[in-house]
Each structure stands twice: as structure tokens, then as C-alpha cells.
Write a protein that binds this ligand. Structure first.
Ligand code: DHB
Ligand code: FE
Length: 287
């Protein structure tokens, strides 16, 4: 049976890609952020996931305002990146696990999540930057992915509760998957940031820390915030935290935070990394 090993939440700021291309990981500006991944690398080297289900938001590379699904899933065996205009190198492709994508899609639609099914899908920095952070270096990434896209751009956005429940549906579906694979769940973006308008540069450390605390121990508590309240507290792009909510929802077992890093700023963003371990149903039954 498939096993959910845990979840990782991480910022996806594009300029991280430029820092990687320029080898600036140890520069004083970048080091406090990149050092936050030392633990992640050690954890992944031990856990060795086969597949990563990645919740993220597209920023206009694949979907645009004219057609923007609330939830979309990739069902392909390869996902390419293209030039997004940020001045960062075009990324290598990610391998996909189309079989798992179709399994998840069947279960999710049964659960009332009407996903847009994408047999072709480009992935942008919201997928490629986290992949490069988790598995740095040359060569192919050592996991296949299933990308799930959540609309955090064009209002109305799905609520925090709905994204948590989307994740729960994904978690149940993975638990029921009859292949012997280890699955990592990833949520990208955030934390607080606003890129435009009068509040450009807005960051709210107190709220970010509260979100990370609650995410680990009681994510349902966060569903008390409406989307307008969340925008006010975290910034217009801080709603990318919806991807973290979905990631957390997919952790169906006993959840423990084993690592956290928080650093202000990376570009315009409060940069955060979290690793949540999931003692899954199989482990609990064995105990
Ligand atoms: C930045 C943050 C983002 O989440 C993004 O998608 C693009 C840019 C930034 O802080 O520069
Ligand atoms: Fe973003």
C-alpha cells in the first residue's frame, strides 16, 4: 500500500532560482534561507519518497485569467517549464506519475472535488523552485510528481476549509492506493507577502508564526479566517498558504513538526520552510 511519509511547506519565490543559478547559496543575504534546507535534505535522504504530490498555484504560465480552474490536476508523465519572464533559467522537466494522478482524480471527483484534468500541463516556479530546493544539483529529480493547482489568483478563491478538505480527500486516496510507494506531499508559496498595490512589501511575522503553529497542531483552527480576512492579515499573495492547507490536510496520520525555518525577507516575501512527519495509518495499525 502507498504510504504518506510527510509534508513539506516552502516558499517559491522566483529569485531563489537566480540565486541557485549564480551559486549564491552561501551569500549573507541567501544563507539564512538556504541553510533551512539542510535538514530537509537529510530527512529526504532517509525517507526517500517515490512520488511528490505538489499543491501550488499557477502564476500565468499554464492558466491565465481568461480560464482559471479553482482546482486542477496534472495527469501526465512529464511536466515542462518554460520561460516565465522572471529572468531565471528555464528549469529541467519533472517526471509525472500519471497512474497516481488518475487514481487521485477518480477519488476526488467521487468526493465532490470537480478538478480540471490536464493531460498536458506546464509547471511554473511554484513547482520548479521547491523541487530544486528539495533536491539540489544536476541530474533528474529523484521523484515523480503529481501537480495539483489551486487558484490563489482570481477571486473568488476556495476557502481555507475547502483546501484543507481537498487535502484530506487526497490523503484518503493515497492511503487507499494499492501500490507500494512512499508519497511526500508538498505545499508551496507564502508566507505573508504582497507584490503590488499600496501594501506592496507587506509582511506579517506574527500572523505567519501563528499559521505555522496552527498548521502543525490544529489546522481546523485556521478555517476561521475568511479569504478577505486572510488577504488583510497575510497580503494579497499570502493566500498562497491555501497550498499549505491542502498539504496539511493530506497528512492523514499522527502529525509532528520536525523542522521549521522562517526568514524575512526573501525578495518581497516572508520565506518559510516546514517539515511535518506523518505517522501513517499502517504504522498506527502496526503499533
Ligand atoms: C515573489 C513571490 C512569489 O510568491 C511569486 O510567485 C513571485 C515573486 C517575490 O517575493 O518576489
Ligand atoms: Fe507566488
Amino acid at each position: 500500500m502507498a504510504r504518506i511519509i510527510g509534508g513539506i511547506g516552502t516558499t517559491h519565490v522566483p529569485s531563489i532560482g537566480k540565486a541557485i543559478a549564480d551559486g549564491k547559496q552561501n551569500d549573507p543575504y541567501w544563507s539564512p534561507f538556504f541553510r533551512g534546507f539542510d535538514y530537509v535534505h537529510k530527512w529526504l535522504a532517509v525517507e526517500k519518497p517515490d512520488v511528490a504530490v505538489v499543491f501550488s498555484n499557477d502564476h500565468g504560465l499554464n492558466f491565465f485569467l481568461d480560464k482559471l480552474p479553482t482546482f486542477a490536476i496534472g495527469a501526465a508523465n512529464e511536466y515542462r517549464n518554460e520561460d516565465e519572464g522572471w529572468g531565471i533559467p528555464v528549469s529541467k522537466s519533472a517526471a509525472g506519475d500519471a497512474d497516481l494522478s488518475w487514481h487521485l482524480t477518480n477519488r476526488l471527483v467521487d468526493d465532490g472535488f470537480d478538478l480540471t484534468i490536464c493531460q498536458e500541463m506546464l509547471v511554473d516556479h511554484a513547482v520548479t523552485i521547491p523541487m530544486s530546493l528539495m533536491w539540489p544539483g544536476e541530474g533528474a529529480w529523484p521523484v515523480k510528481i503529481v501537480p495539483i493547482s489551486i487558484n490563489t489568483v482570481q477571486h473568488p478563491l476556495p476557502s481555507l476549509a475547502r483546501c484543507l478538505n481537498l487535502g484530506r480527500s487526497v490523503g484518503r486516496a493515497i492511503d487507499a492506493y494499492d501500490r507500494d510507494i512512499k508519497v511526500l506531499v508538498v505545499g508551496t508559496g507564502g508566507l505573508s507577502h504582497q507584490l503590488d498595490g499600496e501594501r506592496a512589501g507587506f509582511i506579517n511575522k506574527k500572523f505567519d508564526l501563528l499559521c505555522m503553529d496552527e498548521l502543525a497542531r490544529n489546522p481546523d483552527a485556521l478555517t476561521r479566517y475568511t479569504i478577505p480576512q486572510f488577504v488583510e492579515l497575510a497580503g494579497a499573495q499570502g493566500v498562497e498558504f491555501l497550498n499549505w492547507m491542502a498539504m496539511r490536510g493530506a497528512l492523514t496520520g499522527q502529525v509532528t513538526q520536525v523542522h521549521r525555518n522562517y526568514h524575512i525577507p526573501i525578495s518581497n516575501t516572508a520565506a518559510a520552510t516546514i517539515v511535518l512527519e506523518n505517522a501513517g495509518t499502517a504504522a498506527r495499525h502496526a503499533a
